[in-house]
Structures are given as structure tokens and as C-alpha cells.
Design a protein around this ligand. Structure first.
Ligand SMILES: [Zn+2]
Length: 396
């Protein structure tokens, strides 16, 4: 099957449309992230500003250099917001300056001799306006026209509106025709907040709470980017069990590959279909929730067959898991859960004792051993070849 076309919602045209690149197999993608206080060379800003002023899109006042919003015809194209008053209210870095031509005009350069970060410019000491950093970096590294521009939903207005205005006024042609914005993430139904203790960094969840990094990734992908996501501890627990399931899948497939039993491929066809359905969901506006569900169906197909797994089935299963991992990055492919130097002989002994108890119909003892191991984070699975055990992920 051919690769399906990749379609993505575009904030500018307000439609889901095919992502077209200027060059084949080369995506020029710029995404606004957190401000990292690292700037492109200051000379780049000068060049950018030097041109805007010359063309009449920007002007200088005693407090800075401002973009003249009335000179840009596409103003409001992204957000639909063209009202000067709301612009004035919404612009985060609004500067009150009676010399500004319109309250909506935004700063390209701020004159300030006392600011923490400052550079010398043709307009004296100061620093660049926050919108211009992105325009300058995107153009410096990706060219005057880029294929895709992304960021959080809060950046549509005014940040991206301003980026577009200043960039297109500088070059005279389109800056970007495909814009993608992700919805906010909530925690337990509320905005994440440091004061309420509902604000976590990825590092805190992984290092302090022992969350598997892939479980975090799975949880974050479980709601498509275009819908507001509610991040809950239940979701994280559920995602952890999904990652455990993949880990178990990898283990049984590897085991079957090593055995290489004769027999037909009983899963290849189903797994190919499920992979294509997963890919199709990703290509249709990155529908990650459908993609994850289709991929997970694949694990059911694999587990359905494991009791009589042939080498051929195992090989198709491995191919499926590798391709799903390439697409979604959620399969712990080569995770070695054995810790160097750890002695598992006691656990092996208890598992053997439980098997013997079962054989003697001493189910009370067998259940007690299972419960004891369960408390120690050991999960047992009865297979036709006997009992296998594994360590569960840390409880969240
Ligand atoms: Zn930006």
C-alpha cells in the first residue's frame, strides 16, 4: 500500500488540508516553545528591522521601534481578530507610548538601558520584542517561506499574528501557509497550577515518581493534539499498563523467535491491516487516540497466537512492533528488565514451590505465594510451558 497523504488542520484556512512541502521529503517546520533566553545573533535582528523601517512597515519612537499594524493587509487572518482595542488588551508586551500610531502596534525593539539583557543597536541600548525572535530564527535557519509553523493555542493571537505581519511585510511574500496549534493540557480537569501542586515537569514524574517515560508519552498522546487533554493519574496508570502490555508482547515474541517453531504465519495479514489503519489515523490530522487503539488491537492479535506461536508468526509480530514503534514511539523494544547483580533465585524458588503446590492441589498455598509475590511487584502468568514471572512497573 502506498503511503497515505498527510493531512493536518490549518488554523489559517480553518480546514484539515494536505501538508504540502516546498521540496519533496523536506519539511521546513518551526514551532514556538518555551522561551529559552538564547537568541539568534543580534545582527539578524538589525537586518530584519533595518528593512521593515525602510519599507514603511515600522517606525521609531522615544521608547522603541514599532510595527505599524495598519500597513499589513492580512492582519487578523489567523485569529480572526482585527479589533484594535482587543489587540491592545491582549498584547502581552503592550507598551504605553503616546507616540505609537495605533495602540495595536507592537514592539520590534525596545529601548532600555537598564534591562537585564541588552544589546547595542542603531536605536541605542535595548532588546528585541518577543515576536521578532521567532521570525528571525525561522528565517535564519529555514528560509523566508516555511512549510509548517506550530505552537500552543495561546500563541495564535497575538504572537503568531505578529510574526506573520512582520515577516511578510519584510519579504513581500508568504511566510507560512500551514499553521498548527495544540490545545492546552489540563490536570484532573483543571488548569495546571504550581500552587495547587498540580504542575509536574516530565523529570519530576519520571525521576521522582518512577513513571515509565513511555507511559508518560502514551498518556500525552492518548488525546489528539487538537482536543483539550485532561491529564489524570488514572490516565497515567492506564498508560503504564499499556506499556507493560507492549513489554510483555516484546518478551513473548523474542522468546518465540529464539525457539523458531515450525508453522505458518497466522498473524501477518491481521497485523498488516492494523498497521495500515494506525498509519491512516496518524495521517488524518494526527488522530493519536484512534492510532493507539488500532496498534493495541495488534497486541491482542499477537497474544491470541502465542500459545502456538510459530517462528513465522513471531517474525511478523516483531515487524509489526518495530513499525508501530517507528510511528508512535511507544514500544519498549529492547528493554532489559534484569538489573546487573540482582539475585532472582528466591523468586524462582517461590514460583517453583507454587507450581508444586498447584500440582498437589494445595491451592491455598499457591494463592498465598502469588499474593506475596504480587506485593513485591512480581506478576505471574501461567503458560502451557509453565509459570513465567516478570517485574511490574512501579506503582504510581
Ligand atoms: Zn514564537
Amino acid at each position: 500500500m502506498d503511503m497515505p497523504v498527510f493531512r493536518l488542520y490549518d488554523t489559517l484556512s480553518r480546514t484539515v488540508k494536505t501538508l504540502v512541502t516546498l521540496e519533496p521529503n523536506h519539511l521546513r517546520f518551526y514551532s514556538c516553545g518555551p522561551t529559552v533566553y538564547s537568541y539568534a545573533h543580534i545582527g539578524n535582528f538589525r537586518t530584519f528591522l533595518e528593512k521593515l523601517i525602510a519599507d514603511g512597515h515600522a517606525y521609531e519612537t522615544p521608547t522603541g521601534v514599532y510595527f505599524d499594524t495598519t500597513t499589513f493587509a492580512r492582519r487578523g487572518a489567523l485569529s480572526g481578530n482585527t479589533d484594535a482595542d482587543s489587540l491592545r488588551v491582549a498584547v502581552r508586551d503592550v507598551v504605553v507610548d503616546d507616540n505609537k500610531k495605533s495602540p495595536a502596534d507592537f514592539a520590534l525593539w525596545k529601548k532600555d538601558e537598564k534591562h537585564l539583557m541588552q544589546w547595542y543597536s542603531p536605536w541605542g541600548w535595548g532588546f528585541p520584542g518577543w515576536h521578532i525572535e521567532c521570525s528571525v530564527m525561522a528565517m535564519q535557519y529555514l528560509g523566508e517561506t516555511i512549510d509548517l509553523h506550530g505552537g500552543g493555542e495561546d500563541l495564535v493571537f497575538p504572537h503568531h499574528e505578529c510574526e506573520m505581519a512582520q515577516s511578510e511585510s519584510r519579504t513581500g511574500h508568504s511566510f507560512c501557509e500551514h499553521w498548527v496549534h495544540t490545545k492546552f493540557l489540563q490536570f484532573e480537569g483543571e488548569k495546571m497550577s504550581k500552587s495547587k501542586g498540580t504542575f509536574f515537569t516530565a523529570r519530576e514524574l519520571i525521576d521522582d515518581k518512577g513513571v515509565h517515560p513511555l507511559a508518560l508519552r502514551y498518556a500525552l498522546m492518548s488525546v489528539p493534539y487538537s482536543k483539550p487533554a485532561n491529564f489524570t493519574m488514572d490516565l497515567l496508570r492506564d498508560s503504564t499498563s499499556k506499556i507493560d502490555r507492549y513489554a510483555e508482547c516484546v518478551r513473548v515474541v523474542n522468546e518465540a523467535l529464539a525457539k523458531g517453531a515450525a508453522g505458518e504465519d497466522a498473524v501477518g495479514e491481521d497485523l498488516d491491516r492494523l498497521y495500515q489503519e494506525t498509519l491512516a489515523a496518524m495521517c488524518e490530522d494526527l488522530n493519536t487516540s484512534v492510532a493507539l487503539a488500532k496498534a493495541l488491537e495488534g497486541t491482542s492479535v499477537i497474544f491470541r497466537e502465542t500459545a502456538l506461536f510459530s517462528g513465522a508468526s513471531a517474525s511478523s509480530s516483531q515487524k509489526f512492533l518495530l513499525k508501530i514503534n517507528e510511528l508512535l514511539g511507544i514500544v519498549p523494544m529492547d528493554e532489559d528488565t534484569t538489573e546487573p547483580g540482582r539475585d532472582d533465585s528466591e523468586i524462582d524458588g517461590l514460583v517453583k514451590e507454587r507450581d508444586a503446590a498447584k500440582a498437589n492441589k494445595d491451592f491455598a498455598r499457591a494463592d498465598a505465594i502469588r499474593a506475596e509475590l504480587g506485593q513485591r511487584g512480581i506478576e505471574l502468568r501461567d503458560t502451557p510451558e509453565g509459570t513465567v514471572w516478570r517485574r511490574k512497573s512501579a506503582e504510581i
